[in-house]
Write a protein that binds this ligand. Structure first.
Ligand SMILES: C[S@@+](CC[C@H](N)C(=O)[O-])C[C@H]1O[C@@H](n2cnc3c(N)ncnc32)[C@H](O)[C@@H]1O
Length: 211
């Protein structure tokens, strides 16, 4: 399980054991809640998963919603890049591309934008403004913008890190004309990569344009 709290997901075929007729739920409840508005869009919707990691969420949304999903990650291994949209079971497509969210073209905005576990990579308040501004520009006016990030309400004691505060993120989104339609947080305690055990507060939310 990673910071965002979800388990690795393979292709739909590997999820068959979850039962026929039921939507497979390979992630934890928080991840499902935050991606639900994107999943619920009409089949064929265009979704951007910015900072997609290995692309498990992107692929799942493409398969379960028959959506066209671009998973973009600045650190995507080149071997994982798909080189264009790839059809998946169910009629959707998934493309995994190595690129920076800030460099994506806004020519064809997306019906939903996900920025999950990414804002705490921004490095500064200015970086958060840039990321959220890009995510907003990449979304059509009615699109849900789904976020999760490690916030500053629990201090990281074992290393230096910029953790965005709620006020910064909510204030930036409000200035972009976005209001939260769902907002919650959870605390996780874990150790990884040789770090001592520590706690994070992860904030989750979905924003829509208010104007
Ligand atoms: C903690 S991982 C989260 C991955 C996935 N969204 C999830 O929820 O499991 C954060 C990812 O954001 C990517 N990332 C950070 N800044 C980025 C940027 N400016 N553009 C694209 N990807 C970025 C990192 O490379 C990393 O893979």
């Amino acid at each position: 399980m990673d910071l965002a709290g979800h388990i690795a997901v393979g292709r739909t075929g590997e999820l068959g054991a979850l039962g026929s007729g039921r939507l497979p739920k390979p992630f934890n409840d928080h991840m499902h809640r935050v991606i639900e508005p994107a999943l619920a869009l009409p089949a064929g919707s265009a979704i951007l998963d910015a900072g997609c990691g290995a692309g498990g969420v992107a692929r799942w949304l493409a398969e379960q919603g028959a959506h066209h999903v671009l998973g973009a990650d600045v650190e995507l291994p080149l071997s994982a890049a798909t080189g264009g949209p790839v059809p998946v079971h169910g009629g959707g497509t998934v493309e995994l591309r190595r690129c920076d969210l800030l460099d994506l073209s806004t020519d064809r905005p997306y019906d939903a934008v996900l920025l999950l576990g990414v804002l705490h990579y921004a490095g500064s308040a200015e970086g958060v403004h840039r990321m959220l501004g890009a995510a907003d520009r990449l979304a059509v006016p009615g699109a849900p913008l789904a976020l999760s990030w490690i916030c500053d309400e629990i201090t990281l004691t074992y290393e230096e890190a910029f953790l965005p505060g709620r006020e910064l993120v909510l204030g930036t989104l409000a200035a972009l004309g976005r209001e939260p339609v769902d907002l919650w947080a959870r605390d996780v305690r874990h150790a990884h990569g040789g770090s001592p055990e520590h706690e994070h507060r992860i904030v989750y939310g979905v924003w829509r344009r208010a104007r």
